[in-house]
Design a protein around this ligand. Structure first.
Ligand code: 4NP
Length: 144
């Protein structure tokens, strides 16, 4: 699960997907394309909305996406088109590029919808992000 800062959207996506899979069989992680929040705990608003739905993301710490992740993961879900561009720029071949999916394509196929970045907004944005990611993760688990 990849976003820009790895403190708002992708930590929620990681926590939500982990809650829906057998984590002894499916390894789920998240990262940011940016470096600003490496080592940081998720944003307190993401922690709060997760807690509201019984998903604890307090143990997560920010990390930056690395080209090595293409080797370590089968599927790479990005939150928005700019994340996708940044990740695709690091891919070395078509097989790596094919691992990259826009997460809301899972519920709005072909519509190219971004998960809005809630960082500069209010709490309602985080609730909205949670609901979108929850629905998208329901689709993802059906295909695993
Ligand atoms: P995220 O949100 O990509 O969902 O984690 C952001 C968090 C921090 C920043 C940007 C987006 N920032 O510019 O620091």
């Amino acid at each position: 699960m990849v976003c820009l800062g790895n403190i708002c959207r992708s930590p929620l996506a990681e926590g939500i997907l982990k809650s829906k899979v057998d984590t002894s069989k499916v390894f789920v992680d998240s990262a940011g394309t940016g470096h600003w929040h490496v080592g940081d705990q998720p944003d307190k608003r993401s922690i709060a909305v997760g807690k509201k739905y019984n998903i604890d993301i307090t143990n997560q710490r920010g990390r930056q996406f690395s080209a090595r992740d293409f080797g370590n993961f089968d599927l790479i879900y990005v939150m928005d088109n700019s994340n996708r561009e940044n990740i695709l720029a690091l891919a070395e071949n078509d097989a790596q590029k094919e691992k990259v999916r826009l997460i809301l394509d899972e519920i709005f196929p072909g519509e190219n919808v971004d998960v809005p970045d809630p960082y500069f907004g209010g709490d309602a944005g985080f609730e909205n992000v949670f609901k979108m990611l929850d629905e998208a993760c329901n689709q993802i688990v059906k295909q695993l």
